[in-house]
Design a protein around this ligand. Structure first.
Ligand SMILES: Nc1ncnc2c1ncn2[C@@H]1O[C@H](COP(=O)(O)OP(=O)(O)OP(=O)(O)O)[C@@H](O)[C@H]1O
Ligand SMILES: [Mg+2]
Length: 471
């Protein structure tokens, strides 16, 4: 088990030693009589938590808190205050203190506060370690504790390791289909080549054949003189990810089917038969069997693509995942925007649990991102998320004085991420107003539909592990 470290800073010797002694049973404790000494020691071994007296000789507890938070925002600080100083506590909380206790300190309530704080730290560390591991191994990480998502993860692991060459991922928008496609690719020992992504909805139907299979020089007017390699060839020994496969025209479906049936293809305008070994992972949020029944998708192609079918459940069908996913993004955006959120209030958790997540994980992610970006404090509450106690987004948005954009400080800010987040928010809102209709949403933002699609995709794009994007 991990041992956490605590600094006790108090000028009263007996109080300091008493606290240190009581806490030594569970933690690594160091005690200091002056804030200056503690701050000096931070450089060598920053602790997880600081118990900080407000009334100190020399540098005050409040100044020390400010100093600690500006240099080590991840350290949790609990203030110790004399009864007559309770008013000062308000400013300490505003500066990012986690909680406070009043002197003489009662050990039992203090232990509870510390235990809660440590839980937050442990969660943060766990997620950080996972992030680092994923980054190092290039593994997309699928968060989720529900049985249904665990089953999906099991299938992902199994098919990734298997020789199966076609996999179809089905699920509503924002459920994580793309994430799963990437997870399959990066877990495949025998398809270690590139991951090539094609957004079938974004390629004009007259170009799809030449995009997929390439063309020989002079194949058509406007074609590159030297000819061009197709995406299928680029994905050689790797994975071709056909996203939004339900948007392929009937013509394109026929071409793809021929390739899948024969394993061979010609470049447009070419006479040389070519073959390539690649795994084809496709995804759609459309009801493909329904489209087959209506004659809008070829049945033979459907069976070809869906040798293994992965159904990703909607977030509403796996409510156990809501809070773990929310916490995952809380940690991620907290780091990204240099905020000091350490948890989600129980009221906000209840609201998140009740919310109707029609936009699935993407909607939850965007909500947390916006809350962290615009909110201030330690605990993400319903007021940051625009939710009320029943989980509904407040229809009348109040200008909340708590919501502010991050100020520029000497440690700098992540300007591109902040802009991106604001853009995302507008896109999300426009889509909501337009009830998911992209053309209408584009109009609301005074963008062409193509520009809207392109931007939206770019905003959604996680550069992690991607080699090529079309669209
Ligand atoms: N289980 C999960 N854990 C962590 N992040 C997730 C999870 N599921 C989805 N996400 C994140 O949510 C966002 C939306 O997911 P993704 O793009 O994979 O959805 P999608 O099913 O492809 O949606 P669409 O049909 O609209 O293309 C992404 O940023 C993705 O990384
Ligand atoms: Mg997708």
């Amino acid at each position: 088990m991990m041992t956490y470290s605590i600094y006790v800073v108090d000028d009263e010797k007996t109080a300091r030693e008493g606290l240190a002694l009581a806490l030594k049973k569970g933690y690594n404790v160091e005690a200091f009589g002056l804030a200056e000494e503690a701050i000096n020691a931070l450089k060598n071994a920053p602790p997880d938590l600081v118990l900080l007296d407000i009334g100190l000789p020399g540098m005050s507890g409040i100044d020390a808190l400010e100093e600690i938070k500006s240099r080590y925002p991840e350290i949790i600080v609990i203030m110790i205050t004399a009864y007559e100083d309770v008013k000062t506590v308000v400013s300490a909380m505003k500066l990012g203190a986690y909680d406070y206790v009043v002197k003489p300190v009662q050990m039992e309530p203090l232990q509870v506060i510390i235990r809660n704080a440590i839980e937050t730290i442990a969660l943060r560390k766990e997620i950080q370690a996972l992030h680092e591991k994923c980054l190092k191994e290039n593994l997309p990480y699928i968060v989720g504790e529900s049985n249904v998502i665990q089953d999906v993860i099991e299938i992902v692991k199994k098919v990734a390791q298997s020789p199966v060459t076609t996999i179809l991922i089905q699920g509503k928008t924002g459920t994580g289909k793309e994430l799963i496609a990437r997870a399959i690719h990066y877990r495949s020992p025998s398809f270690k080549g590139p991951l090539v992504e094609v957004n079938c909805a974004a390629i004009p139907k007259e170009l799809i054949e030449s995009e997929l299979f390439g063309y020989e020089k002079g194949a058509f007017s406007g074609a590159d003189k030297a000819g061009k390699m197709g995406l299928v060839e680029k994905a050689s020994n790797g994975t071709l990810f056909l996203d939004e496969v339900g948007d392929l025209s009937m013509e394109a479906q026929a071409k793809l089917l021929r390739f899948l049936d024969e394993g061979e293809y010609y470049r447009v305008g070419g006479t040389k038969k070519r073959s390539v070994r690649t795994r084809i992972v496709s995804a759609t949020n459309k009801d493909l069997p329904g489209m087959v029944a209506d004659g809008n998708f070829r049945q033979d192609l459907y069976y070809r693509l869906a040798v293994v079918k992965i159904e990703v459940p909607s977030l509403n069908q796996r409510r156990d995942d809501i809070i773990p996913i929310a916490k995952h993004f809380l940690v991620e955006f907290n780091q990204k925007f240099c905020k000091s959120f350490t948890g989600i209030s129980s009221e906000a958790e209840a609201a998140l649990n009740q919310f109707n997540w029609s936009g699935n994980v993407r909607e939850l992610k965007n909500l947390i991102e916006k809350g962290v970006l615009l909110g201030e404090g330690q605990v993400l509450g319903v007021e940051h998320l625009g939710l009320d106690g029943n989980g509904r987004i407040e229809t009348q948005k109040k200008t909340d004085e708590k919501n502010t954009l991050p100020r520029l400080s000497s440690s700098g800010i992540d300007y591109p991420s902040i802009l991106e987040s604001i853009e995302k928010d507008y896109f999300e809102e426009a889509l909501k107003f337009a009830k998911g209709n992209e053309s209408k949403a584009a109009q609301l933002l005074n963008l062409s539909r193509d520009k809207f699609r392109y931007h939206r995709q770019k905003l959604d794009t996680n550069p992690h592990g991607r080699t090529q994007t079309q669209g």
